[in-house]
Write a protein that binds this ligand. Structure first.
Ligand code: PXG
Length: 289
């Protein structure tokens, strides 16, 4: 495996950054998780745009422009000869001293691109559905660390993941500070009720996921009524279907939430049809390399 760091490629063993990098010391940096299908990167410019938005928000200068970054991603995929891959794009604040002050990071940001294969959950769970739980850790408050910023500081989500694992569950529902359903640790959440599709709006503690947007687009084209609307746990419990979306997870059905069986314990019809349509879309669209 060849890993891109600041314009050069390194073998896995030699792909290293400084222990003084503020990405390591403070989680000071931003990232994206991207996927390619059949030598095409899905929604690459949307991911690059979101990375630049995260960087703008935390006043981090990305040392490449968008076109150069797109080229670096496709080049990394080509060098690794991966037709289908998961790509992690990371920009850290770079090397500084042991203080917080980012002005001490004079060398500038570090860009890292890693391409590999991952399947987030076992195949069986895509067919049979996940059992998930609501956890005590609430999603970061937008006025503290806005969930729209895909920063390297993911402890909020990791704590929720630990709490889910402690309950024997693979995934967690995180609520926002008002108690509404926000999202899962690395996925957005959707429910289906009476043929309508609902997902939380991006205003409180919900990342505007790129997979989420693709599902909304597919649903609108298929004339399924969609609502970006606050939802409570109750609405999840009484839903006909529930599923999660994310670049890493893709689309995964949920059949149990906090012990409540959803949709008779089987992935729903609309969920399965959206999975099929999403597969068609990822097979068709993308930036070639
Ligand atoms: N919410 C959060 C908090 C995320 O981190 C999503 C939703 C889905 O967004 P996209 O744009 O991918 O549809 C994410 C995605 C993982 C993992 O291991 C997930 C993400 C990042 C890193 C790892 O599941 N982000």
């Amino acid at each position: 495996m060849k890993i891109y760091i600041n314009g050069k490629f390194y073998d896995r063993e030699n792909a290293k950054v400084s222990v003084f990098d503020h990405g390591l010391l403070y989680g000071d940096g931003v990232f994206e998780g991207i996927r390619s299908y059949n030598r095409k990167v899905f929604k690459l410019s949307e991911h690059i745009d979101r990375l630049f938005e995260s960087a703008q928000s935390i006043m981090l200068k990305v040392p490449l422009n968008k076109e150069q970054l797109i080229k670096a991603v496709t080049q990394t995929l080509k060098i690794n000869k991966l037709d289908n891959a998961y790509i992690r794009l990371v920009v850290t604040r770079g090397e500084g001293d042991l203080g917080l002050d980012p002005r001490k990071c004079t060398k500038g940001s570090t860009v890292i691109i890693i391409a590999d294969k991952i399947a987030l959950y076992p195949e069986k769970l895509y067919r049979e559905g996940l059992a998930i739980v609501t956890v005590p850790t609430v999603r970061n408050l937008p006025e503290a660390l806005n969930p729209q910023i895909k920063s390297l500081n993911y402890l909020n989500n990791i704590l929720a993941k630990i709490e889910a694992a402690n309950c024997g569950s693979d995934e967690a529902i995180m609520l926002d500070s008002l108690g509404y359903v926000a999202e899962c640790t690395g996925d957005n959440i959707f429910v289906v009720k009476n043929g309508h599709l609902y997902t939380p709006p991006q205003c409180m503690g919900t990342l505007r996921g790129i997979t989420r947007d693709s599902i909304l687009e597919i649903a609108r084209k298929s004339r399924i009524p969609v609502h970006e609307h606050v939802i409570t746990r109750h609405e999840v419990y009484i839903s006909d279907e529930c599923f999660l979306t994310g670049t890493a997870a893709e689309i995964i059905p949920v059949v149990k939430v906090d012990g409540r069986i959803i949709g008779g314990g089987k992935p729903g019809r609309l969920t399965l049809s959206l999975i099929k349509k999403f597969k068609t879309l990822t097979g068709r669209e993308g930036t070639r390399y």
